[in-house]
Structure formats: C-alpha cells, structure tokens
Design a protein around this ligand. Structure first.
Ligand code: KG4
Ligand code: ZN
Length: 347
C-alpha cells in the first residue's frame, strides 16, 4: 500500500511517499525559516500561504523521485494537529481534495505520534516497548510506548518546552531564529565554569521538567554582563550558551535514565527538534551505554518536522483501517490545533 504523507503544522511543508512493503520511497521538505527569520519567529498567516504554494509542487517532486503516479496512491495521511490552525487547514484540505479525486481514504495523523515513531524509519528500529523522550519546540514529554497508540505519559514540562527554552535563550543572546541550532553552534565555542545555571527539577523525584526558570536565570546573567560591558562580548555569549546547553541536557539525560529505571525498560528513543542536539546525543549515548541500554534517534533531518514521519505513522494506522471505515469517508474535515496525545487509541 502506498501512503502519501503531508505535514503542514507549522513552518515546514513536508511531503513523503511510504510503501508498506518497500519502506520510504521519497520525501521532500520546504523550510520557511528564511521567510520567518526577519520577524524573529513564525508568522502564522505567512506560513499558511507558503504551504499553499509548496504542497503540490513538492507532491509532484516526490512522485517523480519515486517513479510513481497519483493513481498509485492508496491512502493520504496528513497532520491533523496539533499546530497552527491555518497551516493545518492547508495540508488537510489538500489531502482531502486529492483523496476525493483519487477515491482513496485519508488518515488524520497526530503530529507528535509522527515524531514519536520517526526513529522506527531507521535501520534496526527499536522494538516495543520503549521509553520515548519527545523534545520539540512545543513539547517535552517522557512516555512509555507499548505499541502504536499505546502511550503512557510519565513526565511533562510544567512550563516551557526544551525547544522553547532554547529559542527564548537564543533570543536573549541576540541569536537568530530558530534559536536551538544557533545556540548549540555557539555553545561549541564556550568554556565551562564561567557561569553557573540551575538544573531545574533535577532532584524532584519525578519525571517532570521545568525550563522557564532557566531562561530567567540567563536573563539575569545577560543584564549583569550588559551592565558591566555595555554590549555582550561574543565570548561571554558563547560561555552562557555552553552553560545553558549543559543545564538542559544534564536534566534531560538524568530524567531519561530515571524513566528507564522506573519502567524497567532498556530501550530509549529520542525524537523532536531538540533530539538533533549533538550534546544531548553525546550525553544520552554515554549514559545508556553505562547501563547497557539501547538509544535510538531519527536521522537528523527527521528530528525536525517532515513528511516522512507523517506518511509512516499513517501507514502504521492504515494496516488497521477497516474496509468499512475506508469506504465511508465523506471528506468532511476538521483540524485539531490543540490535541492531547493521550486521546489517541490503539489502531
Ligand atoms: O520538532 P520541531 O521541528 O517542531 C515542533 O514540533 O516543535 O522542533 C523545533 C524545535 C525548535 O525549538 C528548535 O530550536 C529546536 O527544535 N532545535 C534544536 C536543535 N535543532 C532544532 N534545539 C537544540 N539543538 C538543536 N540542534
Ligand atoms: Zn514537530
């Protein structure tokens, strides 16, 4: 079965073709980063308009790359939520219109389920059950994943998500958008021991996170340094970035290890944009190796938003889409800008 995946929840248009027998055939992505950079963040209306421009040319591109025709598509999976309402509506309406024309079923995919399953697209994928750390711009969650659709929340952020903390801290340091990659590049130049930031909730005894205090602590240092030097010297920025990244990755790593301990599982997967962070990967590789546990990541380009994870999540659910459901699609649709992962059911 050939599944077309469409991702348009935020600032990336991602399209992919996944074949349930042959695996991922082709994928393509258009990032809107350059367009939003001058505003310092995503402008929802511009995002929606750009998805309209990109979705069909990218679809034609993946079909050509995979040497397939529109008529070969058996199902269309699209991100139904959570995300920006207007951006979601673009992908959703394109998916439903195409599906109506091709007379194939659609599947509304949960964006976070896409992220969560992205490591399964790689070679030697982990098998269920495993602990998942989902670290994106909007989420920082630890989950016990027993099967597709069987997700038990173990811990969550009480305030900012890890990616959000990276983005806000990058802004305080005068770095561009998106802040995570820029901050982690700068951190490479930083020296240890110049500044000390808290490790929020490191010893809280539960699996929750809190990152907003960290950003406030960075603001304190920035103001102090500005009072001393006027503008922040580049070396000082790098030292702050270094310590910030150390603080976030230390807490994330410690909680992942605690989650493995508490669940008794020996396999961890990491997904979402912050999962691309090299220091986080280094720490997790070391910590899991010490405990003889396995850790799996998506390839770097599938950490951030992409169509492949949506096509794959759709394919996993398609296996169990009943003939009745498939035939009964009326192509009325809604998007779910807010959608709790816990509401998902096993297929
Ligand atoms: O998963 P994603 O593409 O979008 C959401 O669904 O939120 O994640 C984007 C987030 C942004 O906050 C971005 O700054 C962060 O992931 N990010 C990183 C890195 N690459 C992306 N954070 C830290 N280090 C990175 N290398
Ligand atoms: Zn995402």
């Amino acid at each position: 079965m050939l599944v077309l995946g469409i991702e348009s929840s935020c600032d990336e248009t991602g399209i992919a073709l996944y074949d349930t027998e042959q695996g991922l055939l082709a994928h393509a992505l258009h990032s809107q980063i350059d367009m939003h950079a001058e505003y310092g963040g995503v402008v929802p209306e511009l995002a929606s308009r750009d998805h309209i421009r990109r979705a069909l040319p990218l679809t034609q591109h993946v079909l050509k790359t995979a040497a397939r025709q529109l008529a070969n598509i058996d199902c269309i999976a699209y991100t139904q939520g959570p995300g920006l309402a207007g951006a979601l509506l673009v992908g959703t309406s394109i998916a439903e219109a195409l599906a109506f024309t091709l007379n194939v079923p659609t599947l509304g995919v949960h964006h976070l389920e896409g992220h969560l399953l992205a490591p399964l697209l790689e070679e030697n994928p982990p098998s269920f059950p495993f602990v998942a750390l989902l670290v994106s711009g909007g989420h920082t969650q630890l989950m016990r994943v027993s099967a597709i659709g069987d997700y038990e929340l173990l811990g969550d952020t009480l305030d900012d998500a890890a990616g959000e903390a990276f983005d806000k801290t990058a802004k305080l340091l005068g770095l561009g958008y998106p802040g995570g990659p820029a901050l982690s590049r700068l951190a490479k130049e930083g020296k240890p021991g110049k500044f000390k930031l808290p490790r929020p909730l490191l010893h809280s005894g539960d699996l929750n996170f809190s990152f907003s205090g960290l950003k406030t602590a960075v603001l304190g240092i920035v103001n102090e340094q500005k009072a001393l030097h006027g503008e922040l010297p580049e070396a000082t920025k790098a030292d702050i970035a270094f310590e910030f990244q150390e603080a976030v990755t230390e807490v994330l790593t410690a909680k992942c290890m605690a989650a493995l301990r508490e669940t008794g599982l020996d396999s961890l997967i990491v997904s979402g944009g912050v999962g691309a962070n090299a220091r986080l990967r280094e720490r997790l590789n070391q910590a899991t190796a010490r405990k003889m546990c396995k850790v799996s990541y998506p390839r770097l380009e599938f950490c951030t938003d992409n169509g492949a994870m949506i096509a794959f999540a759709g394919a996993m659910r398609l296996k169990n889409l009943s003939a009745e459901q498939a035939a009964n699609q009326d192509h009325h649709f809604t998007v779910r800008p807010r959608w709790d992962l816990a509401e998902l059911q096993k297929p």
